[in-house]
Write a protein that binds this ligand. Structure first.
Ligand code: GDP
Length: 498
């Protein structure tokens, strides 16, 4: 079973029942069914019936293709076959595959690219399989009922790493039907080359339909970009009528913590973050070239100014005479209700300590109580399993908040806001921050225009490198793009669904 493969023990005893297959599937991944119990009512989003159906259909397809098939043997067989059937891979006997290779980026980047790769698989009828060398297989639940997404540890992964890249792939030959590539690697990282960018040409994607195995390596979110592909636009708008929930639907189906991770998420949540009027998530991420994640006072002041200026937290000010009235009736002290619990996530503990000390030492002007928490402070970023797990737990905890504050350009924050269907308040913490600069509140602390993550790197071929020029998009598609895809607020060269 998957749970054995993942080394996860089911926390719910198995109850045989007529629908035991479904039951064992849902109890094998507790976060799938329990996540809504932890989300505030404000986060409930209307289901997209078409997405639910497409995901169910995909699971059936995944099962059918996996039945009785050993992917390692299948790969060896396909890779040695010199002249693959000219029919597209969708014939009954063979199923096209897309393998997601995890790479070494941060958790946020990896999860965004995993979701993008899966969406592309689903839209192009490929079985989505996961490289088992990375950390994600242990951190995530198996998302598809009855058959695994994991390639086994004896899979020849090196062959995937060394596969033909788009630059070496002869798409003209493929389109002419004279074609032999069995495995093609799509390198879609931020530092992709001009030849990798041929993926953004419709004719390349057409030629790739004939390739039985695609390998996807990336650290980017491509949701918005897929909506610009002429062949995907209509299916996508049918799946996600409310485009600003695209990533929310995908992530709530796919980025589910495995039982052992979920156990930690729920324990931390129940120990620290419940029984409050409002739970506020504050994600503090500094991207500076020299010293990643550094604390400095100017950054702290900017965050505080933003939190109080935008009324996410009350101001402090009454240093005396502010005692709350206690009941005069003798008896055991009963603590007042906490008005705000704040979960601070950051590599640096000092951001948390400063905020906690402020709200402990000085009373708030409206006498409300603010309790501040942090669950980890790793100091530096180095992507060990343990650090990836902490990062994933914190993204999930942030996503359970009533309101969220994120740092600009951070994919860590994008995952939290997307899972939570939360429109963030964004603080710009990039580069040097000086106390002297009188940056306006609007420019350094603004409300997100959307729940969606930003596709940071959008400016790939706009036609010139493609045989079929992008300007051949239909007028109706172009009009749709103009009103639904916006430049990102934190990365104006990027694209965001809004
Ligand atoms: P981005 O660099 O902000 O886009 O976010 P990523 O998640 O891609 O990469 C940042 C990595 O740094 C994470 O994977 C973590 O390993 C680490 N990191 C950064 N901020 C935090 C934090 O607040 N909490 C934890 N636990 N790790 C963090």
């Amino acid at each position: 079973s998957w749970s054995q493969m993942l080394g996860v023990t089911s926390l719910t005893p198995f109850q045989p029942s007529p629908s035991h297959v479904i039951e064992s599937w849902s109890s094998s991944c507790l976060s799938r069914t329990q996540q809504m119990n932890y989300r505030p009512a404000s986060q409930s989003i209307s289901n997209s019936a078409s997405w639910e159906k497409a995901f169910r259909d995909y699971k059936k397809f995944h099962n059918q293709c996996s039945q009785g098939r050993n992917w390692t043997l299948q790969f060896l067989e396909d890779a040695t076959e010199s002249n693959h059937s000219r029919d597209s891979h969708h014939s009954a006997s063979s199923c096209g595959v897309l393998v997601y290779v995890e790479g070494s980026a941060g958790m946020g980047n990896r999860l965004l690219s995993l979701v993008s790769a899966f969406l592309y698989s689903l839209l192009t009828n490929r079985v989505f399989l996961l490289d088992s060398r990375g950390h994600l297989p242990e951190l995530l639940c198996e998302p598809f009922s009855d058959s695994s997404w994991l390639l086994s540890s004896n899979f020849p992964f090196k062959a995937l790493d060394e596969a033909t890249t788009l630059g070496e792939f002869d798409q003209a030959a493929a389109l002419a039907g004279d074609f032999s590539a069995q495995v093609v690697k799509l390198q879609l990282d931020h530092d992709q080359t001009i030849s990798d960018q041929r993926f953004f040409c419709a004719e390349t994607r057409k030629a790739l339909e004939l390739v039985p195995w695609l390998v996807w390596t990336s650290n980017q979110y491509y949701g918005p970009r897929f909506f610009t592909f002429p062949e995907l636009w209509e299916p996508l708008t049918a799946l996600f009528p409310n485009v600003s929930l695209t990533f929310t639907h995908l992530s709530r189906s796919l980025l589910l913590p495995s039982n052992s991770v979920w156990d930690k998420v729920t324990r931390m949540y129940s120990s620290y973050l419940t029984h409050v009027d409002q739970l506020l998530g504050v994600q503090i991420r500094r991207h500076s070239v020299d010293d990643r994640g550094r604390y400095d006072e100017a950054a702290f002041h900017r965050i505080l100014h933003c939190l109080t200026g935008r009324k996410f937290l009350p101001n402090v000010g009454l240093s005396n005479g502010s005692m709350r009235q206690e009941s005069q009736t003798p008896g055991r002290y009963s603590p007042p209700r906490v008005n705000y619990a704040v979960l601070v996530t950051s590599l640096q503990i000092k951001f948390f300590e400063e905020l906690r000390d402020l709200y402990t030492n000085v009373a708030t002007v409206d006498r409300s109580l603010v309790r501040v928490h942090m669950v980890s402070h790793e100091g530096v970023e180095w992507h060990s399993f343990d650090q990836d797990q902490k990062a994933f737990i914190e993204m999930w905890l942030l996503s359970l908040s009533d309101r969220i504050v994120t740092s600009s350009m951070s994919t860590f924050g994008y995952i939290a806001q997307g899972l939570g269907a939360l429109r963030p308040l964004v603080v710009d913490l990039r580069g040097e921050i000086s106390e002297q600069t009188s940056a306006s509140m609007e420019s350094v602390c603004y409300f997100g225009q959307s729940i969606e993550p930003c596709n940071h790197h959008t400016f790939y071929p706009t036609g010139s490198n493609c045989a079929v020029n992008q300007t051949t998009l239909s007028d109706i598609h172009l009009a749709w793009i103009r009103s639904n895809l916006l430049p990102c607020q934190d990365a104006p060269a990027g694209l965001q669904l809004a």
